[in-house]
Design a protein around this ligand. Structure first.
Ligand SMILES: CCCNc1ncnc2c1ncn2[C@@H]1O[C@H](/C=C/CNC(=O)c2cc(-c3ccc(F)cc3)cc(O)c2O)[C@H](C)[C@H]1O
Ligand SMILES: [Mg+2]
Length: 214
């Protein structure tokens, strides 16, 4: 049977990256997406912005919405301090299976908890079932029309504290207009746009960093 793109991406990692070396996993995926097949990973250019925000926040608890193949999961986990935890949510079991293997190849399983399921169902369970108090950093990269409802859900579930950071991918392309309007106009957020490009292309895109003010 035909392989899927995520399966081919995983093969490229297993072929070209060194087990236990997260940077080589990130490089192998970027090389595959530039030279072989485009895939919707945050990519190297926006990835550097992601890295700088993660390093600046130095989070203990991180939530990622939309694991896909685990590219940004590996980038974030690679920068986490010891005992820090990244919970990443993926509702497609096929992508989750690929991501688990990418994360394992990078050797970062200890820092990552990949949970299969929909964010709308799992966010309300974060405190009780996953022992989360609040998130220091949330990376939004799932369906673009879910950024706003899931942000409101996180607020309602008391998962954001004064100073929690939301970092959203694709606020220009494909775009998340309702989310952008919300975080930029709400008095409860202080937002900043990081202009960049759609992964592996010259098309404009960017990340929106929003601080929850409590
Ligand atoms: C109801 C479920 C919600 N809750 C959910 N709970 C858990 N997991 C969820 C939920 N909703 C979705 N997911 C998972 O997250 C992933 C989805 C990721 C979506 N990302 C994009 O669509 C995108 C497109 C482009 C793009 C740009 C230009 C183009 F021309 C083409 C493509 C670029 C980009 O950087 C992009 O991130 C994964 C595929 C999907 O199973
Ligand atoms: Mg994205």
């Amino acid at each position: 049977t035909q392989s899927t793109r995520p399966q081919r991406l995983l093969s490229a990692v297993q072929k070209n990256a060194t087990r236990g070396d997260p940077c080589s996993v990130v490089k192998a995926i970027d090389q595959f997406c530039r030279s072989k097949e485009w895939a919707m990973n945050v990519g190297d250019e926006k990835g550097c912005i992601l890295d700088s925000v993660v390093s600046e926040v130095n989070p203990t608890t991180v939530l990622e919405l939309g694991t896909y193949c685990g590219y940004s999961t590996v980038r974030i986990a690679n920068l986490l301090p010891p005992h820090a935890k990244l919970i990443t949510l993926e509702f497609n079991p096929d992508f989750a299976a690929i991501a688990r293997q990418v994360i394992a190849w990078s050797g970062l399983e200890e820092k990552v908890q990949l949970v299969e399921g929909a964010s709308g169902d799992l966010i309300p369970k974060m405190k009780e079932d996953f022992g989360v108090k609040t998130f220091d950093l949330v990376f939004l990269d799932h369906w673009k029309d879910r950024y706003l409802p899931d942000t409101k859900l996180m607020e309602a579930c008391g998962l954001l504290r004064k100073g929690s950071i939301l970092l959203a991918d694709n606020v220009i392309c494909p775009g998340t207009p309702d989310y952008l309007e919300y975080v930029r106009s709400s008095p409860r957020y202080e937002s900043q746009y990081f202009k960049s490009h759609l992964e592996y292309t010259k098309v404009e895109d960017g990340l929106e960093k929003s601080v929850f003010l409590g």
